[in-house]
Write a protein that binds this ligand. Structure first.
Ligand code: ZN
Length: 339
């Protein structure tokens, strides 16, 4: 026989049932750690290492440009609830400190690039504006002594606010990716000690994948003659890549996507591409292809395709994760540069 319980009984038993069903201790401990990553590449790394033990929100999403990003109130809400914030550092996310203050974020912050050897902006600045010199062993340094210039009071014309700054694009070297993975795994372990060992072992496995890919990338480029290993890209995002894998990148714009080249800088680049027979130019997923295509038209260099520089591809595409992004870029570059 069915009896309808009293209202008070419903409240009492209902509440007890609710407590038992919704938040028994084991389940409360299993609630995923709330993590916010500043941009898509970090978001993927956190997912790879955190697995089902974390829920990840990314501020600057796929194909997004973190250099020029303008945070939203939705970002502030995500941060307010987060327990861990993962940032690149190296002066990449200039808009982030204000957002963090405004959001009332109370969690921990980890800088994924901690421990990376940074490239100085002023070395790269020269490479970005008509004084192209690679750090690639390609040997073509235009007579510039990079180190001497890096320390000197060199005039960077209009970019003095960046003097002494750092090249943020450290993820473009897989050896740095390994450092990122280690920092992220350790930060997850500290923020969520119940799963510390899982994070650490997933971090190690992921780092091993990155290390294996690093070897594959090195082998692929060393099979291409050094004088062919030169490409034009939109902005100066591949300095770490170039150093690590022996490829000279000639960026149309500077370190940030904000800086547009002057007409004379563009003309100097076109002249250099012609003079040195640079085989290919690449557009980037985060930027307009306009200037790069102009360089291709004026020089006869072929357009090699799209490189993923500062953001992953949309979900479902090969470059929608960090490993996939590297494999994609590797394939695009080697196919265009192979003699
Ligand atoms: Zn960039």
């Amino acid at each position: 026989m069915i009896r309808f319980p009293s209202r008070r009984a419903v409240l009492r038993h209902g509440l007890a049932a609710l407590l038992l069903a919704a938040v028994p201790l084991a389940q409360a401990a299993a609630a995923p750690l709330k993590v916010v990553a500043s941009f898509s590449i970090l978001g993927d790394m956190v997912r790879q290492i955190g697995g089902a033990d974390v829920s990840v929100d990314t501020l600057v999403g796929p194909d997004g440009d973190a250099h020029t990003y303008e945070p939203t109130t939705a970002d502030a809400r995500k941060l307010a609830q987060a327990q861990l914030l993962v940032v690149n550092g190296l002066q990449f996310e200039a808009w982030l400190p204000r957002l963090v203050r405004a959001s009332g974020f109370k969690g921990r912050t980890v800088t994924a690039s901690d421990g990376v050897t940074p490239r100085r902006f002023d070395e790269a600045q020269e490479a970005g504006h008509g004084h192209h010199h690679g750090h690639d062993g390609g040997g073509d340094h235009d007579g510039h002594g990079g180190d001497a210039h890096a320390q000197g009071g060199h005039d960077h014309g209009g970019h003095d606010e960046h003097d002494g700054g750092l090249d943020p694009h450290a993820w473009q070297n897989l050896a740095n990716g390994v450092i990122y993975a280690r920092n992220i795994a350790e930060a997850l372990a500290q923020a969520d000690p119940a799963h510390a060992e899982t994070y650490r072992s997933r971090g190690l496995a992921y780092a091993a994948r990155l290390q294996a890919l690093d070897g594959k990338v090195r082998a692929a480029f060393s099979a291409i003659p050094a004088e062919r290993r030169r490409v034009v890209t939109s902005h100066d995002a591949f300095g770490y890549f170039g150093e690590a894998y022996g490829v000279q990148f000639l960026p149309v714009a500077g370190m940030s996507t904000e800086a547009e080249p002057s007409a004379s800088e563009l003309a100097a680049l076109v002249a250099q591409v012609r003079r040195e027979g640079v085989p290919a130019v690449f557009v980037e997923n985060i930027q307009s292809p306009k200037l790069v295509e102009q360089v291709a038209r004026e020089t006869g260099a072929k357009v090699g395709g799209t490189l993923y520089s500062d953001a992953l591809a949309q979900p479902g595409q090969p470059a929608d994760n960090y490993v996939g992004m590297f494999e994609w870029n590797l394939r695009q570059l080697t196919e265009a540069l192979r003699p």
